[in-house]
Design a protein around this ligand. Sequence first.
Ligand code: HEM
Length: 428
Amino acid sequence: MTTQQPAPAGATGTPPPSPLGAYDLTDPQTFLDTDPHVLWRRFRAESPVHWHATDTPVPGFWAVSRYADVVTLYRDNQQFTSEQGNVLATLLQGGDSASRKMLAVTDGPRHAEIRNVMLKSFSPRVLEPVVAGVHRRTRELVAQALERGEMDFVTDVADHIPINTIGDLMDVPAADREQLVEWNTQTLSRHSSEDSTLDEVVARNEILLYFSELAAERRRNPGDDVISALATATVDGEPLSEEEVVFNCYSLILGGDESSRMSSIGGLIAFSEHPGEWRRLKDGEVSVDSATEEVLRWTTPAMHFGRRALVDVPLRDQVIRAGDVVTLWNSSANFDEDVFDDPYRFDIGRTPNKHVAFGHGPHFCLGAFLGRVHVNAMVDALRTMVSGIRLQGPPQRLYSNFVHGYSGLPVALTAEPVTPAAAGKVAG
Ligand code: HEM
């Protein structure tokens, strides 16, 4: 037994660290005020399976922060369900109104059946023709940005890329897409603490109503697009319900736009802050594919997902009880020192790099291929067309405990001098 007393607060000039209970993971402000790496390093070390009390109808939830546990739980759709919600906000309200109508909050055989229907539109083979279009659109927008020199990278560049890809795949009229981006951001996160949760509910309903009308039209006049594919699909000879079609469209427009956009924006910031890695990319020392994976790990746009336990499950020194809400923190798992060497280093040559930015197991991101294509196209366009990145002011962070990202990024980009060979490449 030691007789040594802890140093009194102030004796060393460093205040004692706050207890982990002082971090409110339900409050978006926590993620603006706290260095996430410090926060999650402490959770992983001090309380990897942490009970977080709340004053919601659900009395609290577990926050799971180590990579090994996050992967184990993602894999386990026998003992944990997504059907009562898969993000903290809905889990704490006690359920998700889209349960069993939307892929991400459906389990069991119905999940597998609907996933098979949707995979037909999102497999790498089917999407192969879309890849060149994403690269072309990205290069065009970066070229326009370079002409301007200074810009808001979010609204002038990134906002226009994934929405147009998913918009083309769903054949959403071009004139409606800007409005959809705005609704997407309001639904998943907020620009600031001043936006109300009412805006969130209104935006969500607007998207649902929008797709309800579009789906009805595609049922009557199907085309060669994803909405028509859902509206005319059958499982065991039965069409999908109208709600299944509408909620899955909602999920595709949200999933298809927001996370890829946030990763590309975060990637630009990362390169501006790590000139050595920017040089390695520019010099071709590291492949664009490898850099893409590191941008995805580094930015981890989907900070957490969640589940509800169906039975008692022991995990480390705790027992998760049947009915408990469990949150899996990707933003911690992707920086777990047990899995990633030197995890706080942005290293575009990192190998292996088995991050969980797209989740894991049965609900592994349906759009992972498309998400990767978007980030890859942006990294490639920056590498070939841009010689310098200079932030012109602080990036404006989204107000969210779910999406890690930005609503504004003032930046100056300088163009790579165009050699005849490079000009041919860009034009081709
Ligand atoms: C699921 C992240 C892009 C559609 C997921 C999950 C994660 C994720 C972590 C797992 C959810 C869970 O386990 O509960 C991301 C990231 C992206 C991205 C980081 C981009 C960088 C996309 C795109 C689409 C999409 C482009 C649409 C085309 C979906 C859908 C699911 C999903 C439909 C549910 C899959 C299922 O439940 O079987 N995504 N996503 N995502 N994602 Fe993505």
